[in-house]
Write a protein that binds this ligand. Structure first.
Ligand SMILES: [Ca+2]
Length: 89
């Protein structure tokens, strides 16, 4: 993944808010591992719901920042051969 803030701005566009569609577009384009991609795409609505602190249905960069940690966690799980489909993260 490229620099997280650059990536956010690229997909969020001028309003600097990431919608569900933009979030999915980002994952499709930026995540290379198919199993991690699939897992993330499934979780997008949940991630937005959980991180959308101001309730506008879109993610600001502040709300989005934890995403890189989630991706890292999934990649670590994959390396260790652990299932990706639990909801502990
Ligand atoms: Ca928001």
């Amino acid at each position: 993944m490229e620099d997280i803030e650059k990536m956010f701005k690229k997909y969020a566009g001028n309003n600097e808010l990431l919608s569900e569609a933009e979030f999915k577009e980002m994952i499709e384009a930026e995540i290379w591992e198919d199993d991690i991609k699939e897992r993330l795409l499934k979780r997008v609505p949940k991630i937005i719901k959980r991180k959308d602190d101001d309730g506008d249905g879109q993610l600001s960069f502040e709300e989005f920042k934890v995403f890189s940690r989630l991706v890292k966690k999934l990649q670590e799980k994959k390396e260790k051969g652990q299932p990706l489909d639990d909801d502990s993260e």
